[in-house]
Design a protein. Structure first.
Lengths: 189, 129
């Protein structure tokens, strides 16, 4: 007959297996989100890969607690918050920011394959350059909203803000971007 | 994407943003590398668990947990064997009384029966060679 200690060890092992399976599902569901966010934050594939790896490794370490505390809510905002914090460290540690919106021609060619959405390459480049000119919080909110399709509540959780403050943040980000794009187009015309 | 209050779209800036910030597929090598790395982490965690169990056995505080099962088996086995000897010996008590000449003779016969039954139980329990 199994002792209490053996039963407890067996339950621990089963719980660990379930946890690993859940994490695997989370990883598969959100790898693209984390990578997209990382890429638009750092502006190049090499660092985006690095950031994505670090995000998932850190998430793995704290997954059990996050799952327990999420009370069934989606974990994507938590994952993006990790990437957000790591990206902030990335800039602070290396004292650098992306030099341009998108650092080479690769990403545009590789990612914007949905022809119906693409107006023209210059237009997209101009928009991305304007996004990079926004303050950090506004830029991040736009990336979460438009690259990842997160709703206001998810963005609020990822940024640690209230829903109301996030709504205002997005509104102002779009207004400011609009002005920047208009200015850029007027200057380029 | 559903439009939410607070996000308006003059000159369709949202459509342009959506096009500019299209989701990016991670490189296949990254996905493979990540899966391999996470797999390693899971294996390491399992190994760590086993290693912990082994190292825990080196700690005398954990010995009772490891020793309790064989010790309990021995106690239960010995108890069951002794019970069987007593039972079989008791079955023959009337015959012994009838054959005995006095109390000392009865005690000697009882001891002999106990020894014989104990030997039988031991032989039954011992692995066959």
């Amino acid at each position: 007959m199994a002792t209490d200690a053996e039963r407890a060890a067996g339950e621990d092992a089963a719980q660990k297996r379930r946890l690993d399976e859940d994490f695997s599902k989370l990883y598969k569901a959100h790898l693209r989100d984390v990578y997209s966010y990382s890429y638009y934050r750092v502006g190049n594939h090499h660092d985006a890969e690095d950031l994505t790896e670090q995000t998932f490794l850190q998430a793995y370490r704290h997954f059990e607690r996050a799952q327990r505390e999420s009370q069934g809510r989606p974990l994507r905002p938590w994952l993006i918050r990790i990437a957000h914090n790591l990206a902030a460290n990335y800039y602070r540690d290396r004292s650098r920011r992306p030099q341009t919106a998108i650092d080479d021609a690769g990403p545009l060619a590789a990612t914007h394959t949905t022809e119906s959405l693409v107006q023209d390459r210059d237009d997209l480049k101009r928009i991305l350059e304007c996004v990079q000119q926004l303050p950090d919080d506004r830029r991040e909110a736009l990336i979460m909203r438009f690259a990842l399709g997160m709703d206001n509540r998810e963005i609020a959780r990822a940024l640690g803000r209230t829903d109301g403050a996030t709504k205002v943040l997005l509104h102002r980000a779009i207004r400011q971007l609009e002005e920047l794009v208009k200015k850029a187009e007027a200057g380029g015309a | 994407m559903e439009r939410e209050a607070g996000v308006s779209q003059p000159f369709d800036i949202e459509a342009r943003l959506k096009a500019a910030l299209a989701p990016i597929e991670p490189p296949e090598e990254l996905a493979l590398r990540m899966e391999s790395r996470l797999g390693t982490l899971v294996e390491l965690a399992a190994d760590e668990f086993e290693a912990w169990e082994l190292s825990a056995m080196r700690d005398p505080r954990n010995w009772p947990r490891a020793a309790i099962r064989p010790a309990a088996a021995v106690v239960v086995g010995v108890g069951a064997g002794a019970g069987l000897v007593v039972l079989r010996t008791r079955r023959r008590r009337h015959k012994r009384r009838a054959q005995s000449h006095n109390a000392l003779d009865l005690a000697e016969r009882t001891l002999r029966d106990v020894a014989r039954e104990a030997l039988r139980v031991f032989e039954d329990a011992a692995p066959k060679r």
